[in-house]
Design a protein around this ligand. Sequence first.
Ligand code: ADP
Length: 411
Amino acid sequence: MASNNSNEKNILVLNCGSSSLKFAVINSESTDLLLSGIAERLNQSDASITTKINGTKNTEALGEMNSHLHAIKQVGHQLKLNGLIDTIYAVGHRVVHGGESFTQSVLIDQDVINAIQETSGLAPLHNPANLTGIKAATELFPNLPQIAVFDTAFHQTMPEHAYLYAIDKTLYQQHGIRRYGFHGTSHYFVSREAANVLNKPIEQTSVITVHLGNGCSICAVENGQSVDTSLGLTPVEGLVMGTRSGDVDPGLIIYLQSQHQYSTEDIDELLNKKSGLLGLSQISNDCRTLEEALDSDNEATQKQAQLALDVFCYRVSKYVASYTCALSHLDAIVFTGGIGENSDYIRKTVVERLNLMGLFVDEQKNIQARFGQGGEIQSENSNVKILVVPTNEELVIAQDAARLASAQVTN
Ligand code: ADP
């Protein structure tokens, strides 16, 4: 039975995408995950919802009831079935883009909803979906505080020289065109975890956090604050990702438009969906699949996978090296995300190109750090520590939501 003491702060965490809804109930004090799941292919006839509780998964078709609101109602039903509904203290929402309006998490009111709406132009796929989730949850749980936690907020400490593009400055002044960064909750969480491992106060801890999942980004964290990060105005800049290109020459876009009749939609499709590991390998966006393909009997397949992984790793190494110039000192490099936490091959290959900086991996420790265990993986002669830290973005959302909901009660 998942129910627990109703005095404890159980938070419903919602991460609403354009066609999916990820949800979790987390106890913000014990950090226990009490229930989790995902509703997929929303607004389509084959929509389904999968709930995981006590290690058991259950999937149900949503049929005609396939909207975000229906999915959140179904989450409410699961909370009731599992004796959790009356234990929920607040709802925490992941919101992708907070622009310059939000430097931290906030309690949601109409002004906040308007500001998220105004920022939607910068995240047209994500922010409207996040708002749908907020509206549905407010309708369903009208008495619970709703809190927004932004992917961009942690990076609002970046200095001007890191966040400005070298383009006509009036574009920043008039349209907010600048670098914002994403994955903020992950970089925030793993930098704090790293400080714990290093046994140093976060205010004195400087690390480079490397988040490698389907989306990838890197962050220079100086004494606990983000001072540079690789994703920019949109989540395309920087590292090579599953299907996103990362850095390309902006002239490429002009060239494709003028010489090959690419439309805006074609360019969007190319850079967001057909690039990255998938575009380079022509096999898969999935790192594990590509690592398996390295052992393929088919030489062409093996070469294509190798090339994609080489470009991926080289870009990460290049960014780690360049981010040392954002920091006054470097306590550790921290790997996280599905790839960063699980792939000893990627970590080893990235660090091999950093030997000149005095970074070295211990082969055995690197292999042992697989399977979500984390730990230190540097060798004895390494100048800098190298850590593997499992990320937990949902926990950050739950803890921020609990804190802000408590503050509201206290006030
Ligand atoms: P998201 O950004 O969607 O949250 P994740 O952080 O879960 O994604 O990362 C997904 C990536 O992690 C995929 O490319 C997957 O192949 C990779 N991955 C997971 N486990 C392993 C593994 N054991 N070895 C290599 N790659 C892995």
